[in-house]
Design a protein around this ligand. Structure first.
Ligand code: AMP
Length: 228
């Protein structure tokens, strides 16, 4: 694992539509740089599975491919950011997704004397995203991502990473919901690219390549921004 040289913990944001590879890349950044992957989608899915009030309120919204309210998302994000492990630095995966969330994040970080280190926009083609999202599934045990067409386990039915034999698919990973999620991305989240460009922390990366090509590009960005 490479260590980050900067003194305050890095706060990276991965911006991009569903299927751009944010989750996969955030997991790889955690392995390579020790930056904790913080996915509001994962936190919300855990709340839905646990049947918490937030989870109950979020379930139908998520299944429709729309955005959960800022209040709910900010409450679960703040809880997670208060935990000790995030002091190592974080990659925010799927957060912020609205102007309100971006401003709340700026304020939360300012309270701790921090700011966003880099917001990295993963640039992709919309139709390719629908195909990527529709075929994906993960190992139920370790979360490793697979795809019906693009990335099958080396041995059918056995996770390459942990040997697990159970896999799961998200309820919202189908073509119809993927199109709704793309619409929400363009309407509410893509404008944040301008917000981070104005703040001088925007980086962009072509995310149409292979997982390893994207990871290499991201690694270079992280090494660069962490050295400044
Ligand atoms: P993801 O796992 O990031 O693709 O998110 C799955 C779903 O969770 C999204 O389609 C939204 O319904 C919801 N969600 C995740 N993160 C956020 C967020 N930051 N703001 C609003 N809704 C979110």
């Amino acid at each position: 694992m490479q260590t980050m040289v900067q003194t305050s913990p890095a706060v990276l944001i991965l911006l991009g539509p569903p299927g751009a590879g944010k989750g996969t890349q955030a997991r790889m950044l955690e392995e390579e740089f020790g930056l904790i992957q913080l996915s509001t989608g994962d936190l919300l899915r855990a709340a839905v599975a646990a049947g918490t009030p937030a989870g109950k309120a979020a379930k139908a919204v998520m299944e429709a491919g729309q955005l959960v309210s800022d209040d709910i998302v900010l409450a679960i994000l703040k809880d997670r950011m208060a935990q000790a492990d995030v002091k190592a630095g974080v990659t925010l995966d799927g957060f912020p997704r609205t102007d309100g969330q971006a401003s709340a994040l700026d304020a939360l970080l300012a309270e701790a004397g921090q700011k966003v280190t880099a917001a990295i926009s993963l640039e992709v083609d919309d139709e390719a995203m629908v195909a990527r999202v529709s075929g994906r599934y993960t190992c139920a045990k370790c979360g490793e991502g697979y795809h019906d067409e693009f990335k099958q386990p080396a041995v059918a039915g056995v996770c390459d990473k942990c040997g697990g034999t159970e896999f799961k698919r998200r309820a919202d990973d189908n073509a119809e919901t993927a199109r709704e999620r793309l619409k929400a991305y363009h309407a509410q989240t893509a404008p944040l690219i301008a917000h981070y460009a104005k703040a001088g922390v925007l980086q962009t990366i072509d995310a149409m390549g292979s997982i390893d090509q994207i990871a290499a590009g991201l690694g270079q960005i992280v090494a660069r921004v962490s050295a400044t």
